[in-house]
Write a protein that binds this ligand. Structure first.
Ligand code: PRP
Ligand code: URA
Length: 206
């Protein structure tokens, strides 16, 4: 299943990050705000449980997050979404997967992995701005699927139809939340219209 966000404030920020003339500080701030939209929508799909809470007036029942949340940014561009997700899920743990796409083959190569322990109540939220061929996301989902968990959610800024289809085929139980769904990939694996290379634009390595 996939959810594509909508809204005027969101699409205004998407226009900002797509614009190749946007300066890096403005780009980062817009990514942060879109990340908040994504984190709020993603949080609606974290499993919950009912607990009893005593207010100064009476005892009531409240719905709260069930189990541990582990946010997994795919290095390096996923770091651009980490802060907004931690704003919405402040007690989440953070696990790291470092992947770099080979620009010839488009296959991701892993260079780092550091994940906290998980159990059958854990929700993994994988964050990466770009879902292009889906190679980086499916590699990450493949290794998380082998770990104990309750739910896995993938969140991105911009998805290509090719990436969504690949995740739905290979990981049908994973919910995809994206701020935009673009037209298609070009012949070198970049999303059209996209925003270019997310890592380069976030970290000034253009
Ligand atoms: C980018 C992006 C995704 C990946 C998407 O990362 O951040 O991780 O490409 O492409 P895919 O869906 O075809 O796998 P990149 O490998 O360029 O590394 P970076 O984050 O270090 O810039
Ligand atoms: N990675 C990016 O950063 N941008 C794309 O368009 C595709 C992969």
């Amino acid at each position: 299943m996939s959810i594509i966000l909508s809204g005027t404030a969101l699409s205004t920020d998407l226009a900002t990050i797509r614009n190749s003339s946007t300066p890096i500080d403005v780009f980062r701030a817009a990514v942060h705000r879109i990340g908040l939209h994504l984190a709020v929508e993603t949080s609606r799909h974290i499993p919950s449980k009912e607990i009893s809470v005593t207010t100064p007036i009476e005892t009531t029942t409240c719905s709260v997050i069930d189990g541990r949340v582990v946010i997994v940014p795919i290095l390096r561009a996923g770091l651009g979404l980490l802060d907004p997700f931690l704003t919405i899920c402040p007690d989440a743990s953070v696990g790291f997967i470092g992947l770099k796409r080979n620009e010839e083959t488009l296959a991701p190569a892993e260079y780092y992995r550091n994940l906290p322990p998980s159990d059958s109540a854990t929700t993994f939220i994988v964050i990466d701005p770009m879902l292009a061929t889906g190679g980086s996301m499916t590699a990450t989902l493949g290794l998380l699927r082998e770990l104990p968990h309750q739910r896995i959610i993938a969140a991105c800024l911009i998805a290509a139809p090719e990436g969504i289809t690949r995740i739905q085929d290979e990981h049908p139980n994973v919910l995809i939340v994206s701020a935009a769904l673009d037209r298609q990939l070009n012949d070198v694996g970049y999303i059209m219209p996209g925003l270019g290379d997310a890592g380069d634009r976030l970290f000034g390595t253009l």
